[in-house]
Design a binder for this molecule. Structure first.
Ligand code: TYM
Length: 324
């Protein structure tokens, strides 16, 4: 049994990229491992936001993830800012993190181009390393876009261990088959909340899902090689549809008889079938905030206990524990 940690930002939208790349995997891993999952509100502060809407976005993220299958009986679910040890460890780790590694991060380069050179954007991966290392997590289920951040987490863990003594395991990623779901309207980019028209949200209605799939860019295949748009639809089909449906369309593609007028409705139907119960459960949960509160309270209690015990040991190793 491994210790698993992962997080998701409360951006207001959980899309099928988040779901297939991470959340659906969390639901699977919680049956086999010791899992802690966090709504990382502190990370989300690095994107311009409306303070008044943050509370609701955190509740939405909680409800959506629980509706998608996170089970508080099997795993712990909490909100990052409720456990201040995350920010405390983050500071300690800044003292051993090479700036060059931070400056090389793709997400830092992309975001700072739009938002300016903010220290929060630069130090974002250190807070993420703190999230993971605080619980001595060994396995981190994420999508491909987080691999760089995980690599820097391992650099920081090695640096800590060689400087202060062996303490942190080097956390390994756990990827799904759909580790990089592409934008429906531009298959050269990854599906992202920040590109409108790129995503299907877990909360989209059947009509919205049908229309979005219908409009998905396919482009023509070159020399029998699947275009990125078509490949993306097949990734989605494999993840959402029954095996025989996926295989039928794959065979059609291989024999040159694939019809988008058949593939797209079949894909839309498969997505609708899987997302409808999630959407309904989410609405139910949001109507009962007391249940969400209890889940977060229990998750925070457990996270806080482990975090504070480990922080004591980390401080001892760093010479920060006072002995009189
Ligand atoms: P976030 O909130 O952007 O995304 C949550 C998870 O969804 C995955 N993901 C995707 N997977 C496949 N295809 C896509 N198009 C796609 N878009 C997003 C992400 O890889 C992620 O796993 N920095 C993290 C949150 C975080 C975290 C952590 C993760 C903070 N601390 C500690 C793991 C461990 C983030 O912004 O994820």
């Amino acid at each position: 049994m491994a210790k698993v940690f992962s997080g998701i930002q409360p951006t207001g939208i959980v899309h099928i990229g988040n779901y297939l790349g991470a959340v659906k995997n969390w639901v699977k891993l919680q049956n086999e491992h010791d899992c802690i999952f966090s709504i990382v509100d502190l990370h989300s502060l690095t994107i311009p936001y409306e303070p008044k809407s943050l509370n609701q976005r955190v509740l939405d993220a909680l409800a959506t993830n629980i509706a998608a299958g996170l089970d508080p009986e099997k795993s712990s679910i909490f909100v990052q800012s409720l456990v201040p040890e995350h920010t405390e460890l983050s500071w300690l780790l800044t003292t051993i993190t090479p700036v060059g590694n931070l400056e090389r991060m793709t997400q830092y380069k992309e975001k700072s181009e739009k938002q300016g050179l903010l220290a929060g954007l630069l130090c974002y991966p250190i807070l993420m390393a703190a999230d993971i290392l605080l619980y001595k997590a060994e396995l981190v289920p994420v999508g491909e876009d987080q691999l760089q951040h995980l690599e820097i987490t391992r650099v920081i863990a090695r640096k800590f261990n060689s400087t202060f003594g062996e303490y942190f395991p080097e956390p390994q990623p756990n990827l799904t088959k759909a580790t990089r779901v592409m934008a429906l309207n531009d298959p050269a980019c990854k599906m992202s909340k920040s590109i409108s028209g790129s995503y299907i949200a877990l909360t989209d209605s059947p009509e919205e899902i049908t229309n979005k799939v219908k409009r998905a860019v396919t482009a023509s295949d070159v020399d029998g090689k699947m275009s990125p748009g078509v490949a993306n639809l097949f990734t989605l089909l494999e993840a959402f549809a029954p095996q025989d449906v996926y295989q039928k369309f794959m065979k059609d593609f291989n024999t040159g008889t694939l019809k988008f007028s058949e593939l797209k409705p079949a894909l839309a139907e498969a997505i609708i079938t899987e997302l409808t119960p999630i959407r309904e459960k989410r609405t139910e949960l949001l109507a009962k905030p007391k249940i969400l509160e209890e889940i977060v309270e229990a998750g925070t209690k457990r996270a806080k206990k482990e975090a504070s015990e480990n922080m004591q040991e980390i401080k001892e190793l760093m010479g920060l524990k006072l002995h009189f």
